[in-house]
Ligand binder design. Structure first.
Ligand SMILES: [Zn+2]
Length: 245
């Protein structure tokens, strides 16, 4: 389990001028540890970030989340719908990553930043999508086109962040009459369970993908790789099928 080591810096502004944290901005240091950490602590840099994740998988915190780190710099031809015309430092968290643009992440660095993203997403209620987790280049596309650069593992990161939105068991039902059956089944499963309802046209909602295993209560099977169909001709037959499970 990664840990966060406090490093601190004087390069920050207290508070957030009344703004809420809405997004994470990912960066690459274009320099090696420990020099990159020293630089973010050097008043001459006039720059910082909330966190620095090294290639060895260490996580340093330089600025408290509740304070404003100086990580975004100048806004120049931004490509970010959530930019509101004011300083993005005030409503974002900045994560620096040790390395050069284009460097592949070490596994330790990847696992550390994945964990850190998960922590911050949970703590601040940040949605997992490419408007709320962005690269610096989205804010300054002119002078920072390579921050964090082509080596940044966007695809893997989003896949792993979204992958945590899963449940062990899903129960797909036809309508309100099936809730009793579903409740009984859910109570016997004793795992993380989600109940899904078929749409009015009888098809299953796309959200069933979030279930690692799906019980289909009533009706026929659906497009899910790991399903158990519990069906009877009547509601009573279905209850009996669930009861036998
Ligand atoms: Zn940057």
């Amino acid at each position: 389990m990664p840990t966060i080591q406090w490093a601190g810096t004087l390069n920050y502004s207290a508070g957030r001028a009344g703004k809420k944290i809405i997004a994470i901005v990912d960066h690459i240091t274009a320099g090696s540890y420990p020099g990159c950490l020293n630089w973010l602590q050097n008043p001459k840099a006039k720059a910082s970030a909330h966190y620095l994740v090294t290639k060895a998988g260490q996580i340093f915190q330089l600025v408290k989340d509740e304070d404003t780190a100086w990580h975004v710099g100048i806004v120049n031809k931004p490509n970010w719908v959530l930019y509101d015309g004011t300083n993005p430092n005030k409503y974002t968290l900045g994560i620096e990553h040790e390395g050069q643009p284009g460097d592949a992440f070490t596994d330790a660095q990847y696992q550390a930043t994945l964990w850190l993203h998960q922590e911050l997403i949970r703590k601040w209620g940040i949605p997992v999508d490419n408007d709320h987790i962005i690269g610096h280049y989205r804010i300054d596309s002119v002078n920072r086109p390579n921050c964090p650069g082509s080596g940044f593992p966007w695809e893997r990161l989003f896949r792993d962040l979204k992958g945590s939105d899963t449940v062990d068991e899903g129960i797909l039902i036809f309508g309100p009459d099936d809730f009793v059956t579903a409740n009984r089944l859910a109570a016997t499963l004793g795992n993380e369970v989600a109940i899904f309802m078929r749409k009015s046209d009888g098809t299953a909602p796309a959200a069933i993908k979030a279930a690692k295993h799906l019980y289909v209560v009533g009706g026929s099977g659906v497009n899910h790789p790991n399903q158990t169909v519990l069906a009877g001709k009547t509601w009573f037959d279905t209850v009996a099928a669930v009861g036998k499970n």
